[in-house]
Write a protein that binds this ligand. Sequence first.
Ligand code: C2G
Length: 129
Amino acid sequence: MRKVITYGTFDLLHYGHILLFQRAKELGDHLTVALSTDEFNAIKKKIAYFSYEKRKMMLEAIKYVDEVIPEQCWEQKKLDITKFNIDVFVMGDDWAGKFDELKAFCEVVYLERTPDISTTSIKTNLQQT
Ligand code: C2G
């Protein structure tokens, strides 16, 4: 079984996230999403609108997602890849090159971000209505 993993906050879930999951799943047979905890979001200087539990529940309802685990720190990726026998690490290409050191452990794939949608733009646009 070819296992894929990706990491993120996935707040205010939108079609850009879904298209990432869809393409990530096509790279293997099983997709694990490491979901940033509220505490790790604070480290990333992000405040998610939805709590970790609500964001987790929503991801688990997505047919492309097989497993959701907590992302608690930047450094856990190497451990996760070993612990979960991951074959492919996937991120959107706004992260292109940032995780190339993981190539020592698994394939690293940066997928093109879906244009014109982001959690930030949703918040901004809503504030203007
Ligand atoms: N994404 C995308 N297209 C968009 C918006 C986001 O493909 N229009 C992708 C991002 O490239 C990222 C993933 O969706 O791979 C999750 O995005 P965020 O929730 O913003 O995650 P981020 O804050 O980048 O956290 O350790 C890695 C970090 O947890 C990544």
